[in-house]
Design a protein around this ligand. Structure first.
Ligand SMILES: NC(=O)c1ccc[n+]([C@@H]2O[C@H](COP(=O)([O-])OP(=O)(O)OC[C@H]3O[C@@H](n4cnc5c(N)ncnc54)[C@H](OP(=O)(O)O)[C@@H]3O)[C@@H](O)[C@H]2O)c1
Length: 241
């Protein structure tokens, strides 16, 4: 039995991950900002799988509270799943909105990862996992405020993985493509490239199991992003993608 801590546990992807771990008998600590949502998820997991579930209410930008998560009962796996889809137009006209987005989508992850990494490094075991995005692979006019936060997370994870390569601590970055969750509910219509959170969750659990440094999910995004990253700038700019 492993101890899994999931931050942003009310996210659609995270909920599916929690189901997979609970089903196989692992112990869960779920962290989210909304106590009511947390209680609903907890009682569902307890009813379905007789799972052992602890909940912690925490707002991701309350930085002072982050260290308390790793004081005792250190998890084997720490997954960070929270995030918001930035409104690019608003980010271009409202500077305080733009900066707040970075608190939720970048600074809070780096703070949590740092506390967790220090504790895992001291113990000499564990896996850290963060949900990034394919949007971090190349800045685009339609979503670079969101994408740049995800790109920052990737560079942060690269460095952390390098630092922790001498101890038995894994760092796994998940890069989902379009996924049908509340975050993207306003985007219509949803085409063939859209994945369900259940599929992404399976890939997350597998990637953690195999200690994959970077996992695109579904796998087709490996190829799509290879092409997008390599489109010459003059074509990319002409395309207005
Ligand atoms: N959906 C996609 O197409 C897609 C694609 C690539 C990457 N991603 C990434 O996947 C991750 C999971 O997103 P999702 O698609 O599962 O969306 P979701 O269901 O909307 O989940 C987003 C989660 O973030 C939490 N959150 C937002 N701001 C927070 C804050 N300040 N403090 C604490 N929690 C906060 C939300 O909490 P509440 O429930 O309280 O609102 C919610 O649990 C995110 O990092 C997202 O960027 C999503």
């Amino acid at each position: 039995m492993k101890h899994i801590m999931i931050y942003g546990a009310s996210s659609a992807m995270a909920k599916q991950v929690a189901h997979l771990y609970a089903k196989r008998g692992d112990r869960l600590t779920l962290v989210a900002r909304n106590a009511e949502k947390l209680e609903t998820i907890k009682s569902d997991l307890e009813t379905r799988y007789s799972a052992q579930v602890k909940t912690i209410v925490q707002e991701a930008t309350d930085y002072d509270s982050h260290s308390t998560l790793f004081e005792d009962d250190l998890p084997d796996i720490f997954l960070i799943a929270h995030g918001i889809l930035t409104d690019q137009d608003k980010a271009q006209s409202d500077n305080s909105y733009l900066l707040n987005q970075f608190h939720t989508n970048f600074f809070s992850q780096t703070s949590l990862l740092t506390h967790a990494a220090n504790a895992f490094e001291k113990r000499g075991s564990g896996t850290l996992c963060v949900i990034g995005s394919v949007a971090g692979d190349r800045g685009r006019m339609s979503n670079y405020a969101y994408g740049s936060a995800k790109a920052g997370i990737e560079a942060f994870c690269d460095g952390l993985r390098h630092r922790l390569s001498k101890v038995n601590v894994g760092v796994v970055l998940i890069k989902p493509g379009f996924t049908d969750t509340p975050m993207t509910a306003h985007i219509q219509p949803k085409g063939a490239l859209w994945a369900k959170p259940e599929k992404v969750a399976k890939d997350i659990v597998n990637a953690i199991e195999k200690n994959k440094p970077v996992k695109y999910t579904p796998g087709i995004w490996n190829y799509i992003m290879f092409i997008i990253r390599n489109i010459p700038r003059f074509i990319f700019h002409a395309s207005r993608l």
